[in-house]
Design a protein around this ligand. Sequence first.
Ligand SMILES: O=C(O)CCC(=O)C(=O)O
Length: 308
Amino acid sequence: MRLAETQTAEFHREGYLVVEEVFGPEDLQPVRHEITRAIDRNAAQLVEAGELSRTYAEEPFDTRLTRITAETDKVYWSLASGKLHGTGIFKLLTNPKLLDLVETLVGPEIIASSAYRLRPKVPGFAHGVVPWHQDSGYFEPYCDKALIVTVWIPLVDATPERGCLSVMPRVHGSDVYRHHRHESGKYLAIAEDAFPNGEVVVTPVPLGGALLLSNRTPHCSGDNVTDVIRWSMDLRYQSADLPTNHHAPSGWANDDLPPDAPIACYPPEADFLVRSRQRPHDVVRRWRDFRDLRVNHQRMPVSRRWGE
Ligand SMILES: O=C(O)CCC(=O)C(=O)O
């Protein structure tokens, strides 16, 4: 599914775009399955260790982790963020419908950014609330002016009550605002005195849809005040012409970049090439290769741009 010209124009003008009916159940089921297996595994271990009373296996996907998290947050932390790298996640990251969408924006040589995140927004669990930030706040400054597209994909209907995202449109043409470590300690947030004075748009996304964001679009998400876990994934894509740590088998890496370019826009984790006409042999097509890249990646630090 490619974006229509009007949609591309809207994305560039507003800094975000909601696209409905991108995915069918067959696209999202493998991820749900991978998450469920991970919960099964981790919950069983904790029951065995006497840290959880039972696995809550009878609970549906929408509520099971809430019951578990009421006893221990260990299962939550074993899943949240970029920890999973199974076949379900790989299938979604390389989903051709998704890559067609992304190609409209970043071009035909596509790197899946290392920074992909799974977010179970468990009702009443504070970590799910994300303060105002631009994704570029987390990336290397060298990549500020480039486009790194976030594709935010809910695994349930994402409504305002469940803590969907809010965005600030039409300010993404500015620089990256000053960020600081948020009081939660977990996130970066735009500093109060640097905060842009823009309109705020709440962006519900129905199951099957996606929210596209630019790396300089300020966004945040609030509390989930329902009984349903707001499961979502955010994936990121960039052109292979930007810094990347995917050292492909051919030996290619950042060939044309100046010496002061960082090793990757987000060095701590492993990027990988997902589509290429110029170097089709370097595309990561097998889940095992993806897993090996993720597992064997030598964690590199990000520069301390916010003086932390
Ligand atoms: O899913 C959320 O609540 C926040 C997502 C986010 O901040 C992001 O995708 O950069």
